[in-house]
Design a protein around this ligand. Sequence first.
Ligand code: BGC
Length: 762
Amino acid sequence: MSPLRTRIASAVLLSLVSPLGYVSPVIAQQSAPPPIDPAALRFSNDLLKRMTLEEKIGQMTQVALNSPDGPGVEDRIRKGQVGSLLFIKDPREINRMQHIAMDESRLHIPLLIGFDVIHGYRTIYPVPLAMAASWDPQVAETAQRMAAREASSFGIRWAFAPMVDIARDPRWGRIMEGAGEDPYLGARMAEAQVRGFQGKQLSDPDTLLACVKHFGGYGGAVGGRDYDSVNLSDDQLWNVYLKPYQAAVNAGAGSLMSAYMDLNSVPATGNRWLLHDVLRDQWKFPGFVVSDWESVKSLTTHGFSKDDHDAAVRAANAGVDMEMTSHTFREQLPAAVKNGEVSQAVIDDAVREILIAKYRLGLFKNPYADLDRNARETLSAEQRAASRKAATRTAVLLRNEGNLLPFKQAPPTMAVIGPLADSKPDTMGSWSLAGHPADTVTVLEGLKQRFPSTKIQSTKGVETYREQPSIFDDQFPDPKPTLTTDAAKKAEFDHALDMVRNSDVTVMVLGEAQPMSGERASRASLSLPGKQQELLEAAVATGKPIILMLLNGRPLDITWASQHVPAILEMWYPGTEGGNAAADLISGDANPGGKLPVTWPRNVGQIPLYYADNLTQIAAEPDTRYWDETSAPLYPFGFGLSYSNFALSNLHVNESTLHIGQPLHASIDVENTSTVPGDDTVQLYIHQRAGSASRPVRELKAFQRITVPANQKRTVDLVLQPNELTYWSASTHTWVTEPGVFDIWIGDSVKANAHATFTLTK
Ligand code: BGC
């Protein structure tokens, strides 16, 4: 093991050289994370010299307060046996623990307090899939900046986010935690979140160390079944799945989490190719790697290591620097180092990086929560306003027949129906572990506040519950069913329909309760759970105008609704201010401008379905790839409506011939032909016509969300960066940039039809 896992941050040229020897200088420049702060390195090396092996392994140990190891952790902190704590939320408790570490341990090393700050801490922001639907990296950056400000005021300085796993199978429950199916959009969202968490400089007290997860390829679980094996070709790994992780690493993310599952039959947490060859040798990642929850110990469950000892040895040698929750490092590494199975250098590298992170965060100077700042920041008006704005920018309008939305004037009567209409936890969504349901504004509450003169009636109509318990039940209990008899269920169903009949307009708030989405929340179907579909169909059958508002973390089967319900607004899990944001959108105070970050299937049998597939033997048209279903999605990637109408014209591509290494500039005019200002997102796709390997039919390579005033036109300039023409070729097994003809399309979904071509030359 080279002592230079001290990782001199040199550009990674090797992997970028094409068989013809072209290296794009831009790629080379972009392919390295920021260098290590020399002061942090010196400090950590000095401290390292004074540490015993037990203290070093202590730094490599994270204890979850809600695990069997939690009780009595104070004593171990005192002895220097703990480097990090997880699932501790009370700032006074955090300060008490930090005092033990700082005042009572031999070397006074502060604890690193981690938490799943996925989409907010106490103030909950829209889930990451929603943030990606904004197609505005600034939305993601601001949300994570605000989350960092709030969480750090509690003494938390490490977020287990961003989750950057590409997901092309909506059965997988964790699709809600990432940016969807596309590596380019995913990479931009990953970088933005790192910037948001880590702020201008990590030493500012209001930052969180980012933790890129789950490395790597976790979103490719077979059958969408959480934790199942992932089998990805090299082409898919390099060109799709690994891209957002590398973008986050290059954006300076301070830590990374190894994943649970087998990647091509080698568990990610024991996968030295991933954690060392790719991450360290090629990407020059300078931060530290934490395992996922008990994923070191579970190397044995995978049938990979033979026992705990073997698991600890193989995880440490693969490149895991800190173990989350299980205690194989603590119990097994001392002997493994003594008998030479794990070298002292492996331990020192791991500990050095953990100490560097603590130093960069300023924890050695001040690891304590600032209780005054905590009082000011928690759920402040500024936090709530930011969350509300984010939730309006992340909503996607999927249908709006006859311009049913927005309301031209307040309706005299309204029904707000559905199991999620007035449910606070379901407005927040999964991974809201520090949020309080009581702080949350539901859709019903938001509408009541926005339309004070409207007579609003509301009821659930049906109840929906997960059939199996969720892993979060003890931390975030789901309410129990109240309708327990068939008669009670029927009475409630009929009651809801009466309300629909007696109202001028109905907002149906349907989707998935929060435990139905997220970790260990995979599904075999995409239907609206429970009897929601029946309720929706019965409500539509009344002939009254219906708006379907979805709260969910994955595309659902709304094929029937897409033909029969005039207005469909996808709100995802919008967070603390979700109800107010919903009211802003319904009233027209805000205009929806989100676009889908995933291809929306019409039938679960089409999965996996994503836009960037390769051309095949059979042309896409006529559409005969299934004989019992079209292969077209219900809604294409990048699609979303607005209350405005846009006309795109005048595509202009500045270069018809381009040299390798040169950017291409393109522009298009976006005209708002309506009387309301609104946002459109201009998307640039390319296709390489021929090369050493087949290339996807379209690939997103640039985008920009813009606001266009009513009846005005704006020109949007997009740049296709030269490194975006480089791909990993499955035939040459190298990164290549190949001369030839490329198609280019610009539009406001993947269906963009303004087309041009350019030729890439040496
Ligand atoms: C999840 C991680 C999470 C960790 C700690 C694991 O089960 O996979 O994403 O950060 O728990 O909560």
